[in-house]
Design a binder for this molecule. Structure first.
Ligand SMILES: Cc1cc2nc3c(=O)[nH]c(=O)nc-3n(C[C@H](O)[C@H](O)[C@H](O)COP(=O)(O)OP(=O)(O)OC[C@H]3O[C@@H](n4cnc5c(N)ncnc54)[C@H](O)[C@@H]3O)c2cc1C
Ligand code: FES
Length: 279
């Protein structure tokens, strides 16, 4: 009998359909699988992206599965693969394995007031969940987005931020750590923790989802606890580790007994808080 499930070891070919500048160091890539299948991911999952003959790296899917067969990746230019991706032309071929990893726990988020918090590049994976919330508003009591970037030019997904601010079904606030004196930016400045402190929520029915660079986690968690988000199943976060296989075989992404690639990348705070080096 033929098994139609894609191999977790063999990259599937996909074609680059579009590229958009997000910031000077980040681009948004729009792709489609060459066999016309859908990626069938869930918000929060990642894929292993490769350029034939070069190398492979994990990248989160940046759009919601509710948005159709094409998928999007928000990619920061840092090293071998991502630098090469930033040079690609429309029509180029890439390989992908996956989707992999534990997604955002939608079944635990349904019916809740969501506080979705992103820092820097973390808005890329969170965007997948935000779009899902936009497309299925009846599933959530309320959705508030808080986003922080280093400077106005580092704000990712500016068009989306504008749309989310105008949207009737979500609330969205963003801030930058510093704005140069000659910048025409007239929005909020200051750390994201200031936005959290100003948030009104009912802690009993609220869940926070946090995705950002490691230094953001401890101050954000502290602020959320001040707001009353204590106990279990209150704070969900995404961790990043260097990965190789992406499927729980090589041990590269271990955080004590957990593998970030299969046990995560999305964890409840109480699952990882006590593990050495997790946060
Ligand atoms: C689950 C997951 C999801 C991710 N999603 C995205 C995404 O949506 N967009 C995006 O731009 N990036 C994402 N990343 C990060 C991305 O995989 C790394 O930046 C990757 O190294 C890029 O590959 P490269 O070949 O360009 O860089 P490399 O040549 O491998 O490395 C470049 C530099 O980055 C360092 N580095 C590599 N991986 C990491 C890491 N995880 N944390 C800190 N430093 C690292 C290396 O030590 C080196 O100094 C994700 C990582 C994980 C684990
Ligand atoms: S990347 Fe190989 S075990 Fe996680």
């Amino acid at each position: 009998m033929q098994n139609d499930r894609p191999s977790i070891y063999t990259p599937r070919s996909c074609t680059l359909l579009g590229v958009e500048d997000l910031t000077p160091q980040e681009k948004l890539f729009r792709l489609r699988l060459d066999d016309d299948s859908t990626l069938a991911h869930q918000p929060g999952q990642f894929i292993q992206v490769s350029i034939p003959g070069l190398t492979e790296a994990p990248i989160s899917v940046a759009n919601s599965p509710t948005r159709g067969p094409e998928f999007e990746l928000g990619v920061r230019r840092v090293g071998t693969l991502t630098r090469a991706m930033h040079q690609l032309q429309i029509g180029s071929k890439l390989g992908i394995r996956g989707p992999f990893g534990r997604p955002f726990q939608l079944q635990e988020l349904r019916g809740k007031q969501l506080l979705l918090i992103a820092g820097g590049c973390g808005l890329a994976p969170l965007r997948s969940l935000i779009q899902y919330c936009q497309d299925c508003p009846e599933e959530f009591a309320a959705v508030q987005i808080l986003y922080g970037a280093r400077s106005p030019q580092d704000l990712m997904f500016k068009k989306d931020l504008d749309n989310w601010q105008k949207s009737g079904s979500l609330s969205c606030h963003y801030t930058v750590d510093n704005s140069p004196a000659d910048s025409c930016y007239d929005g909020e400045t200051g750390l994201i923790t200031r936005l959290i402190a100003a948030t009104k929520l009912l802690p009993e029915n609220c869940c926070a989802v946090v995705v950002g660079p490691p230094p953001m986690y401890r101050p954000v968690i502290e602020e959320l606890r001040h707001l009353g988000l204590t106990g279990t199943r209150k704070i969900m976060l995404s961790l990043e580790r260097q990965m190789r296989c992406g499927i729980g075989k090589c041990g590269h992404c271990a955080i004590e007994h957990l593998y970030c690639c299969t046990d995560g990348p999305i964890f409840w705070l109480e699952e990882i808080e006590h593990l050495r080096g997790a946060l």
